[in-house]
Design a protein around this ligand. Structure first.
Ligand SMILES: Cc1cc2nc3c(=O)[nH]c(=O)nc-3n(C[C@H](O)[C@H](O)[C@H](O)COP(=O)(O)OP(=O)(O)OC[C@H]3O[C@@H](n4cnc5c(N)ncnc54)[C@H](O)[C@@H]3O)c2cc1C
Length: 365
């Protein structure tokens, strides 16, 4: 079978690109999404994700982040209206400083952003009385988005005919006579273009890429106290999840094996100490996943793969996938179909050529 675009990876990135290519006029029958496990089995399985235009450490939006924020908000609103499902909730978000170093960094970056960034969405806003202890500074924006990622990926995948489930792990990849051949023990597909949207597994094919992997757990807990919005501080977030429930995460640590539920909850609940009202929270469900971050700049990889013909990459979204993937998909789809350019910050060729050494036969070194 021959396709125009084959997308390797059925996570949020792969399905958003599929959806975008189709909405830009490429017929569904010319696109194939190949997923080695289950759709959304990778980091897009995270139970809920926050969407806002800031990094963890600074209140100054990185270049392109506010543009991505406006684009993503409209994209989510359109998809929700079309699907009639509740894919996300809007709610206030507070960024809080719990140490004097964080308070100083927030104050500096906030002042710089207020001066230089038009329509800057954050304000110095106190937390509701009695909610927290030891908060040195709080900055709020309203609304930010809390997204149901598993439902979102299922919705994108179900609304398309493009999917194929790979039955035997990572396929072998060969470029022959102007086409990519994607081969498993049982199947062979051909495609003019190949997009690597395989998240942390990008290293299967490009073992020298500077991708750092961190595992992290998030927990849904039962709690009588209802939160007024999402709180982000001390390297974690806490958010309401319907009546008498909250979600909190992530543990984030280097290591392949997931922590036990007891260890995960101990780590998460210790870091909730600044919210006394939540001390009686009881865990109900814990999810573990891995995020991949490109070092050292922590930006995603988007665009042509420097070492290969007709091959593209859309990966390395770290914890900013909800913010960046809709606009990244739009940019990549426009480049694939109409030869548009990609912003320098995300271009895959900013990494040294050696980083893109290709391993077409995963598992054989
Ligand atoms: C604990 C945690 C908390 C997070 N919180 C947030 C948050 O609050 N906000 C936010 O925006 N983001 C958050 N993220 C990050 C977010 O989940 C990712 O940015 C986003 O889901 C990445 O999507 P993706 O499609 O690039 O990767 P993935 O979802 O990992 O998808 C890659 C897919 O490719 C498949 N695959 C791999 N190799 C192959 C192959 N050879 N052939 C075929 N298929 C293959 C995998 O099975 C997987 O399904 C969090 C991540 C973690 C781990």
């Amino acid at each position: 079978m021959k396709f125009t675009v084959a997308i390797l990876g059925g996570g949020f990135a792969g399905w958003t690109l599929q959806n975008t290519l189709q909405s830009m006029g490429l017929p569904a029958k010319e696109i194939i999404v190949l997923e080695q496990a289950l759709n959304g089995r990778g980091s897009s399985g995270v139970l809920r994700g926050m969407m806002h235009p800031f990094t963890g450490r600074s209140l100054f939006p990185r270049p392109g982040y506010l543009e991505a924020w406006h684009f993503s908000r409209n994209w989510f609103a359109a998809l929700q209206a079309q699907s009639r499902l509740t894919l996300y909730h809007e709610m206030p978000l507070w960024r809080v400083a719990l140490t004097s170093a964080a308070a100083r960094q927030f104050a500096r970056s906030f002042a710089r952003a207020r001066e230089n960034v038009p329509d800057y969405p954050l304000q110095q806003t106190p937390l509701p009385e009695g909610l927290a202890e030891g908060v040195l500074a709080a900055y709020g924006m309203s609304p930010a988005l809390q997204v149901n990622l598993p439902l979102l990926v299922t919705q994108l995948a179900n609304s398309s005919q493009a999917q194929r489930q790979l039955r035997s792990g990572a396929p072998q990849l060969f470029y022959q006579k102007g086409h990519w051949c994607i081969q498993t023990k049982t199947d062979l597909w051909r495609s003019e273009h190949l997009v690597f949207a395989c998240g942390q597994d990008l290293k299967t094919y490009f073992p020298d890429l500077p991708l750092s992997r961190k595992r992290g757990e998030v927990a849904i807990a039962r709690c009588r106290h209802n939160l007024p919005g999402m709180l982000s501080g001390s390297g974690m977030y806490i958010a309401p999840l319907g009546p008498e429930h909250l979600i909190t995460g992530a543990t984030f640590y280097h290591g392949e094996r997931p922590w036990s539920p007891v260890q995960s909850w101990r780590s998460l609940s210790q870091r909730l100490a600044w919210l006394p009202a939540l001390q009686e929270a009881q865990p109900q469900q814990i999810w573990s996943g891995v995020r991949a971050v490109v070092q050292p700049d922590r930006e995603a990889l988007l665009g042509p793969v420097p070492s290969l013909a007709q091959a593209w990459v859309m990966a390395g979204f770290g914890t900013r996938g909800l913010l960046q993937i809709p606009l990244a998909a739009q940019t990549l789809a426009a480049t694939l179909l109409n030869n548009h350019g990609i912003s320098d910050a995300l271009k895959a060729d900013r990494l040294a050529p050696a980083a893109w050494r290709f391993n077409p036969t995963p598992g054989q070194g």
